[in-house]
Write a protein that binds this ligand. Structure first.
Ligand code: FEO
Ligand code: CA
Ligand code: CA
Ligand code: CA
Length: 738
């Protein structure tokens, strides 16, 4: 579900707002500026010679060389902003639907009727397709890093379209909006979440998924998953389902993804907290112990309603688990689900090629609202770094550093999950603290750090407690509160890390209350935008920040802001700081993926601010490097305390050759998830929640649907809108983005 730009205090299960810590924006000034050696430039020269077939030597002269095809990145004509209910790609490209909500996965699964009577979503595509990874297959069906015509897609199914509790597009009459929820509706809704693993093939120049492939599978919130890393076996994860605290059921609200260097998939659990509830008297039942502090910090105040009310569907264990109240008599939680929420909020690793391998929650990477997980450049003999963001207002940016040093032989291991054990279970987790001078520091979250172990607001028991309550540990060390960190990606040209900061309605020049923060150097904008007759304040359009780490394991980094989202007509001095033109303007960046083939940085939006003018979109960018621009100073008049002056760092302004809108999606959707075949000639992306703005009351009146995509694109039965994976190809067979 979209992260709407909502008013502070509004209930939005996709936008937690529980960081009321007094953490500063940044207070340490680091004297030593980073070395700003020019690294290999990602944007050096926009003309890239395409791979040229060997012509042999006979008769070759200089003419043959000059005849070689030359590819110009971003050579396409920009797509205009649009409110049309369709997918728009540049002239010379085509987009087709591949795998939509409800599509049958197995040989005996019936065709999707799309009228609310389909029930068996364990056997079908789930809803709200999000992050996605490509896992190549050879013609023999074995893992392949070079296959371009056969592979698996691992697709997150983040959530469902709902107005009040019910996922109404999958119920014939829209379903119940009051409690208790029927078991039949609940079972259906639960199964819409998790992931799909689905085989796809290119046959006769057409991509299609393979119904009945032996690789196909669904992972749902009921699939058994192992707890791995420092929190395995810890008292915080004891439940009635796993009294040994070694396993849990399922993964939930899977948003961004990552692909490990050893060929497994990482999936991030984002807004899981909203699915749980606890009684209005639960604080007292818990004796107001420290678990109450943890629950509040992770967005679950006692008495808060759950998103769907699944806990009300019956006394069976699979429903009771959604009630986090302390209702049992045990001292350790082994007779209820008071600790169940501690089993969600992780980066989860799975082997898409091998159903027999355990799926594992990598607790060492911390527990928060995960988006994507991007790996640093690999250096043999050095640790790996994994970069991650916590998507809620005023939350933090993290990195995990493996204890193990990278061994190139691990790129093609015999046991991929065992390789994950090696690199992702033992390591250190850090949180980012930004300084105004363009430097920054990674601060380790360690129980041996007296600032963590001595934190007054929460008494950490051990390192497991630190990773399970990473937000609290980050509060303790004074991490920088950010404008909702979404996806991140590592530029393959130079290893710099790009973070989308989607927006923040709680950024104010004069903060009111602990949930609001004043602009600072890495989050420098607070302004007011109009949308129709409404106005919205804060960092309405978001920005993209980038980090240059000194080394994978190092504690120092430098940073700047790569791009500021803005309407092209917005004030240049205060809002449109990147001087975006009408071919480039965007709001609320979310998905961000670097193409391994072309090096293009693909930027996807999940917006609610500029949607009076355009549907959500995807842009192609050829970025430079940290510190290729300069500084900008913003002055905010204040009623008290005088002007607030913020100096930030802005990357080199984009040009028509370095940033261009590539795609606009159907009405009400967000654009998310991206992977490519290794040759860069086929791109898969996801259209999430088209028609999300439809009211459940209008379910019977097709004419009132906000969107009828993809049926209006000729795909599938029924008119109800469906999230879907689409395939993008270039008509001349070239690489995507050229
Ligand atoms: Fe699932 Fe933060 O978007
Ligand atoms: Ca989103
Ligand atoms: Ca506007
Ligand atoms: Ca996202």
């Amino acid at each position: 579900m979209a992260k709407k730009f909502d008013a502070p205090g509004a209930i939005d299960f996709n936008n937690d707002d529980s960081n009321t810590s007094a953490n500063p924006t940044f207070e340490s000034i680091f004297n030593a500026r980073m070395s700003r050696r020019n690294m290999l430039r990602g944007s050096a020269g926009l003309a890239v010679t395409a791979a040229i077939p060997s012509f042999g030597l006979a008769g070759c002269g200089s003419d043959d060389v000059s005849a070689a095809p030359v590819e110009r990145l971003l050579g396409f004509a920009a797509v205009a902003k649009s409110l049309a209910d369709r997918v728009i790609v540049p002239v010379g490209y085509s987009a087709t639907v591949l795998y939509a909500l409800g599509d049958p996965l197995f040989a005996t699964t019936t065709a999707f009727k799309n009228d609310g009577t389909d029930a068996d979503f364990e056997n079908r595509a789930g809803d709200h397709h999000d992050g996605m990874e490509w896992l190549g297959l050879s013609s023999a069906g074995t893992p392949s890093a070079s296959a371009n015509d056969r592979g698996l897609l691992a697709i997150n199914h983040e959530a469902t379209t709902d107005e009040t509790r019910s996922s109404f597009f999958v119920h014939a009459d829209g379903g119940t909006t009051t409690l208790p929820r029927p078991a039949s509706e609940t079972d259906k809704e639960v199964a819409l979440h998790g992931l799909s693993i689905v085989e796809t093939r290119l046959v006769s120049d057409k991509w299609a998924y393979v119904q009945g492939s032996s690789f196909n599978r669904r992972i749902t919130p009921l699939t058994e998953i192992e707890i791995s890393g420092p929190a395995r076996g810890n008292a915080l994860l004891v439940t009635k389902f796993s009294t040994s605290a070694t396993k849990t059921r399922g993964t939930l609200n899977n948003c961004g993804t990552g692909k490990t260097p050893w060929g497994t998939v990482l999936t991030g659990e984002e807004n899981w907290f909203g699915y749980f509830t606890r009684n209005s008297s639960d604080n007292a039942a818990r004796g107001n112990d420290k678990s109450v502090v943890s629950l509040n910090r992770y967005g679950r105040a006692q008495g808060a309603a759950s998103r769907h009310g699944w806990e009300s569907a019956g006394s069976e264990d699979r429903f009771m688990r959604w009630n986090n109240s302390k209702i049992g008599s045990s001292a350790d939680g082994s007779d209820d689900y008071r600790n169940e929420m501690n089993g969600m909020g992780y980066v989860v690793e799975l082997d898409a090629y091998d159903k027999s391998k355990a799926i594992k929650k990598r607790t060492g990477l911390g527990r928060f609202a995960h988006e994507s997980a991007a790996f640093s450049k690999l250096v043999v003999g050095q640790p790996l770094a994994v970069y991650m963001g916590d998507d809620s207002r005023n939350e933090y940016i993290y990195k995990f550093v493996s204890n193990a040093n990278w061994d190139a032989a691990d790129a093609s291991p015999t046991d991929r999950i065992a390789t994950g054990d090696k690199y992702l279970d033992a390591g250190r987790i850090y949180v980012a603290k930004f300084a105004a001078d363009g430097s920054g520091q990674w601060i380790e979250l360690s129980i041996s750090n007296p600032t963590v172990s001595g934190y007054a607001a929460y008494k950490f028991a051990d390192q497991a407690d630190v990773v399970v309550n990473a937000r609290l540990a980050a509060d303790a060390v004074g991490a920088t509160r950010m404008d909702r960190p979404e996806w991140n990606g590592v530029n393959p040209a130079n290893g710099e890390v790009y973070f989308t900061l989607t927006n923040n309605s709680n950024r104010r020049a004069e903060p009111s209350g602990s949930s609001q923060s004043a602009p600072d150097a890495p989050n420098p904008r607070a302004y007011t935008d109009t949308k129709g007759t409404a106005s919205q304040s804060g960092n309405v359009n978001g920005h993209i920040l980038r980090i240059k780490d000194v080394s994978n394991a190092g504690s120092a980094f430098s940073w700047d802001v790569y791009l500021f989202g803005a309407e092209s007509s917005a004030a240049a001095g205060t809002v449109n700081l990147s001087s975006l033109t009408s071919d480039q303007d965007f709001s609320s960046p979310d998905g961000l993926v670097f193409s391994p083939a072309t090096g293009i940085c693909w930027i996807q939006t999940d917006d609610g601010a500029y949607t009076d003018v355009t549907n959500c979109m995807m842009l192609a960018a050829v970025p430079g490097r940290v510190s290729d621009g300069g500084t900008r100073t913003l002055t905010y008049p204040r009623a008290t305390g005088g002007d607030l002056v913020v100096t930030t760092r802005v990357g080199a302004l984009p040009t028509a050759d370095t940033l261009k809108r590539f795609l606009v999606g159907p009405a009400g959707c967000e654009i998310t998830g991206l992977c490519e075949t290794p040759d860069g000639k086929t791109m898969f992306i996801n259209i999430q929640h088209p028609g999300e703005g439809t009211s459940q009351a209008n379910l019977a009146d097709v004419s009132k649907y906000q969107s009828q995509w993809p049926s209006n694109a000729g795909y599938g039965a029924g008119k109800r809108p469906r999230s879907a994976t689409i395939v993008i190809r270039k008509d001349d067979g070239g690489r995507i983005g050229s």
